[in-house]
Design a protein around this ligand. Structure first.
Ligand code: BG6
Length: 480
């Protein structure tokens, strides 16, 4: 048998993409509450003037305000996760539910009580909560006052939030993640850090500074976890990107290496306790001052993560560095796209499907960090059709997941990778992060809601629901 009997099979969501109830029970407005839906979402959030308007008044449709109303449906949803046999369930705590403005004197008791009952409900079924401390739910007041994570003032505010939830959920939560996809800020700064950039010339300095402040906050969360919750484990989280040199030209391979270094250097800091040497040269050459102090260096060095978690959806080829003028077809991907790989097929959203890429990334990360890994996101965003008799026959999703689980199995069984668990993304349909669409569905459970916010919110089991139940019951042996 490839997987140990303690292998954590489950599913994952994030608070803002599921909960809704965006101003209920004292919650404050957060980063994702001020993003419109639609394919232009990421373009919109890079425009500071538009975002300032959205922050001041939310005109129009904002998908996360209601999302799938998990806030009121969680008992029903958790019963369905239990029916599938989940051993773990990943979600996040919305920072703005606990400290509505981020800098309030006292935490919001109603917010704390909500997560108490959510965790109790999971534990009732023996489902281990896996909790992300920050998944793009920063209180928007912190953008208004400090321009988000570009300010060091967020470090103590985050630390206070983290210590509040550690003290409250001690004994209930044993697996924690600090920042979701820590590398996102380098690509979409407002999403990852609540930072608005007025002058594009400042982008690099501001994004790297925001990342540095998050790294320090992440290390302080690790420190607090180890001190306050000795039985718990805390990990990092990165958007993993498998990339291939477009040709065998050495310059293309060098381009791939540079891309990977940039993608993983934040995880390097979280797992190894220091910035890689090349970043020092890079920051100096680009005139980037991230504001590192001697105290920061000590905090980073002394507080490395217990495990490394990641999302993996797709891969891409890197650019033709040896010939910048070459005509190549580009494709989308999670956060960053790349060059189309002629050997791979793409999803309806243009993300290239590559199960072998998962085996490659598992080996790459295990070789690099020698720490246990956790796949906390993987899946296929696709449009589902409900048949006249109410069935959802999502064989395409089953095929995607089967192929990826086979790769994961090979990495564990044949390559010796230590893997803690697997939580496919959007185990129940939720709002898409990149587009705000509901029609980009990942779930085993269908939710009746459309891209304009219409629908009954009724939950139904898809064909993949029964398939995944069989996978878990057989501990990954039965993939048919
Ligand atoms: C990851 C995020 O980037 O990918 C999730 O951590 C997100 O929040 C997921 O939902 C899938 O992306 P999308 O854009 O299809 O929702």
């Amino acid at each position: 048998m490839a997987f140990s009997k303690n292998f954590l099979w489950g599913g994952a969501i994030a608070a803002h993409q599921a909960e809704g109830a965006h101003l209920e029970d004292g919650k404050g407005l957060c980063t994702c509450d001020v993003m419109h839906g639609g394919k232009g979402r990421f373009a919109e959030i890079q425009k500071p003037d538009v975002m300032r308007k959205n922050i001041a008044a939310q005109d129009g449709y904002f998908p996360e305000h209601i999302a799938i109303d998990f806030y009121h449906h969680y008992k029903e949803d958790i019963a369905l996760f239990a029916e599938m046999g989940f051993k773990t369930f990943r979600t996040s705590i919305s920072w703005a539910r606990i400290f509505p403005n981020g800098d309030d004197a006292q935490p919001n008791e109603q917010g704390l009580a909500f997560y108490d009952s959510l965790f109790d409900e999971l534990l009732k079924y023996g489902i281990e909560p896996l909790i992300t401390l920050s998944h793009w739910e920063m209180p928007i007041n912190l953008t208004k006052k400090y321009n988000g994570w570009v300010s060091r003032q967020l470090i103590p505010l985050f630390e206070r939030y983290v210590k509040t939830v550690f003290a409250r959920y001690k004994g209930k939560v044993k697996y924690w993640l600090t920042f979701n996809e820590i590398n996102v800020t380098l690509h979409v700064p407002f999403l990852g850090s609540g930072v608005l950039i007025d002058d594009p010339a400042d982008k690099d300095t501001m994004a790297y500074t925001a990342c540095h402040n998050q790294l320090v906050a992440s290390a302080l969360a690790v420190k607090a976890c180890h001190e306050m919750l000795p039985d718990a484990k805390i990990g990092s989280m990165v958007a993993a990107i498998t990339s291939y040199p477009y040709t065998s030209h050495p310059d293309d391979n060098w381009g791939k290496m540079k891309l990977e270094r940039k993608n993983y250097f934040l995880t390097d800091v979280q797992a190894r306790g220091k910035y890689p040497e090349w970043t020092k040269q890079y920051f100096a050459s680009q005139n980037i001052n991230i504001g590192m102090t001697a105290e920061d260096e000590k905090i980073l060095r002394e507080n490395t993560v217990d495990f490394v978690s990641f999302s993996y959806y797709a891969s891409s080829a890197t650019c033709t560095y040896h010939d910048p003028a070459a005509k190549v077809e580009t494709i989308a991907g999670n956060l960053i796209g790349g060059v189309k790989n002629p050997y791979l097929k793409s999803s309806e959203w243009g993300w290239q499907i590559d199960p072998m890429g998962l085996r490659i990334v598992l080996n790459f990360l295990y070789d690099r960090y020698e720490k246990p890994l956790f796949i906390v996101e993987n899946g296929l965003g696709a449009k589902d059709v409900v048949t006249a008799n109410g069935e959802i026959n999502d064989d395409y999703r089953i095929n995607y997941l089967r192929a990826h689980i086979k790769s994961m199995k090979a990495a564990v069984e044949d390559d010796g990778v230590e893997l803690l668990g697997y939580t496919p993304w959007g185990c129940i349909d939720i709002i898409s992060a990149s587009t705000g669409e509901m029609s980009k569905r990942y779930g085993f459970i269908y939710v009746d809601r459309d891209d304009e916010g219409n629908g009954t919110l009724k939950r139904s089991r898809k064909k993949s629901f029964f398939w995944y139940k069989g996978v878990i019951a057989s501990n990954g042996e039965n993939l048919n």
